[in-house]
Every structure is written in C-alpha cells, then in structure tokens.
Design a protein around this ligand. Sequence first.
Ligand code: FAD
Length: 376
Amino acid sequence: MTTPITIIGAGLGGLTLARVLHVHGIAATIYEAEPSAQARTQGGQLDIHTDDGQVALAAAGLTDEFRAIIHHGAEALRMLTPQGAVLREEPDDGTAARPEVLRGDLRRILIDSLPDGTIRWGHKVREVRPLDGGRHEVAFTDGSTVTADLVVGADGAWSKVRPLLSDAVPEYIGTTFIETYLYDVDAHHPASAAAVGDGAMYALTPGTGITAHREAGDIVHTYVQLNRSAEWIAGIDFTDAATATARIAEEFEGWAPELTALLTDGESAPVPRMIHTLPDGHRWDRVAGVTLLGDAAHLMPPSGDGANLAMLDGAELAQAIAAHPGDVEAALAAYEARLFTRSTAAYADAREVLELCLGERAPFGLIEMFSGAGVN
Ligand SMILES: Cc1cc2nc3c(=O)[nH]c(=O)nc-3n(C[C@H](O)[C@H](O)[C@H](O)COP(=O)(O)OP(=O)(O)OC[C@H]3O[C@@H](n4cnc5c(N)ncnc54)[C@H](O)[C@@H]3O)c2cc1C
C-alpha cells in the first residue's frame, strides 16, 4: 500500500500538519502507535503562545474551537519560598495573552477536524527504510508495511524516523520532573489548593523545586523538580509508590507542609520524567523524501514552549508543501531553513528558563524576568 504523505505520530505536531494540509486540500495519513484517541489520558495544561501555538491554530482554521476550550483564570502566577511565603503574585487579569488549555482538549479539536480515516491508530513504527527516488518503506511492529513519497517524523523524543537524517540521540540533562496529581482539591486538599492559587505556583531553590498548576476540573498537577544524577533516580523504585514518595519527600525537609503535600498526598503514583534533550541547535543535511518536526526534530528542556513549537512546525511544513506543488524537495528545504533558525533560538531560551528555575540564583532570576517582561 502507498500513502503519499505519511506522518508518523498523532501528537500535537503531527495532527497540526495533517490539519493544515487538509485546509489546503492535500490529503495525508497519520500512523499512530496508540490504539485509539482515548487510549491514554493526555495530562497537563498548556499555555498557547501568540507567536507560535496560536499562529498554528489560526493556520489550521481552529481559532474559534481553541477559544472555546480556554481555562479562564489559569494565567495567575505566584512564586513562594519553600516555607510558603509569597515572593511574587500576579492575578490573571483576563487579557489572556497566553491562554491555558488542557492538552487533551487541544488534541481532541485537532483530531475532530480531520477527515475520517486520516489517523491509523495502533500502528507502531518499527523502522523506516529508504527506497529508490526518495521514497521510503515504513515497517510496523505488526509486520505490515506502507510505501511513502514523503515521510514526516512527528513521533516525539524517541523518533524512529530521525536515524534517517541524524545520528543524534537524546541525552539525560541531569534534571528529573516527578509528576503527581491532586483531585477535588478545594474539598480534599484546601491548604495545598490555597498555596497554589488559581494558576501556576513556583517554589524554587537551586537544584530543587516544586511547580504546580491548577487545572480545569479542580485538579492540581505538580512537577517536583530535582537536579539529580541518573544513578540517583535509578536508585528509587517507582513501582513502589509509597516508598518512592517518601524518598523524594526527604529532599524537601523543612518545606511548608502544604507544598510537600503536593507530593505526599498525591493521588496518582509519582511518575519520574527524566529530562532528555537533543544537542543544542540539532539539524541535518537534506535527505530526499523525509523530514522531522516537533520533539523528533528539536527535543529541548521543557520551558513551556515545546508543544507550541511542534504545532508551528506542523503548520509551516504544511504551508511549505502547499506553496511548492509538485516539488516536495523545495518545500522541505524552505521548511527546514526556518525550522533550524527557530529551534536554535528556542534551545537557548529553554536552557535559560531551566537555569532560572533550578540554577544557582533560583528563584530570583525568574522573579526578575517576570518583573521585567511581565507575565506573558
Ligand atoms: C515534563 C514536561 C512538561 C512539559 N510542559 C510543556 C508545556 O507546558 N507547554 C509546552 O508547550 N510544552 C511542554 N512540554 C513539551 C511538549 O510536551 C512536547 O514538546 C510536545 O508534546 C511535542 O509534540 P510532538 O507532537 O512533537 O511529540 P509528542 O507529543 O511526543 O507526540 C508524538 C506522538 O508519536 C507517537 N509515536 C511515538 N513513537 C511512535 C512510533 N514508533 N510509531 C507510531 N507512533 C509513535 C506517540 O504515541 C505520540 O502520539 C513539556 C514536556 C515535558 C517533558
């Protein structure tokens, strides 16, 4: 079977690519490893930026749908000391420069905007092999294959498409986020809910911090952040939630109970997210018939921009394909030139944000940034 434009991965980047192609009357097929749209809870709230995520959604013709899923009030921000004293507080003034939405809602409006059959669920790519003339054969773990004129790796950090273009592999940067959730927070966790406030809460010190976000539906979503070695993390048995929680809590001795409760009262087992990145400014030489977008192209430290960048990549790739009918190589060259420039700058920003959050001056560099630039 042949699917001329073959996108691997139905994350926000791959979905935006397919949607913007559809807006331009160009068909594409997405192959996604997960068995269905509902297979995995798409956790987390994302702020959607005016210069990338919102641009992509406008190109996708989905601005109204996006406005309908905004979680109003969530742009409030507070920074606390480990003992819970307020260092800085910003209300959500309703201007919503960076509106917050649930990742699952955003994914749903993109999925719903695609023609039936665009996404082939339950297709996990094993490898992609070059054929003659810039075509590729995509092999799935169930033994089936498809042939593609263009393959786009939108398959995230551990992309199976990337090896066609680059030898780079993600490396651990020495920071791990441990993710927990509290539910029905006003009723069951009032002290922690009050500490977090209506939006985002940051309690940061050099190498150790807690950030939490109040999400739609009375939920608080927390990332406990630790600069620790891979060996240190490997020494914690996360299959034993209670022991893992107790071990991590030891790193927060002396912190306010309403902050440590974000971890110790967690109603979901703590999930370690070891932060890996590709080399700064990751790029590749042009290879016929294949390209990358999103985390597959430029996995960088989390700075609140990765999903936004993936969507903009998808939108710009679609627009480049539409602008170069019959000449996919010209489209890919134009797309990659912009991609590499943008992602080089974004890597620098992401490193800086991580340094502000957990570096030697934490949290004061971040406070200065918010004071100088405003909360945007
Ligand atoms: C802790 C943390 C917090 C973050 N917070 C934010 C934030 O607040 N704001 C923000 O903008 N960004 C944030 N990010 C970054 C953001 O999550 C990513 O940059 C974004 O999801 C990348 O989108 P993507 O479409 O490139 O890849 P992904 O979202 O990873 O999607 C890839 C898709 O490909 C599928 N896939 C993978 N392998 C295969 C295969 N072999 N075959 C078929 N399908 C496959 C996956 O199932 C998935 O559906 C955060 C990241 C982390 C780690």
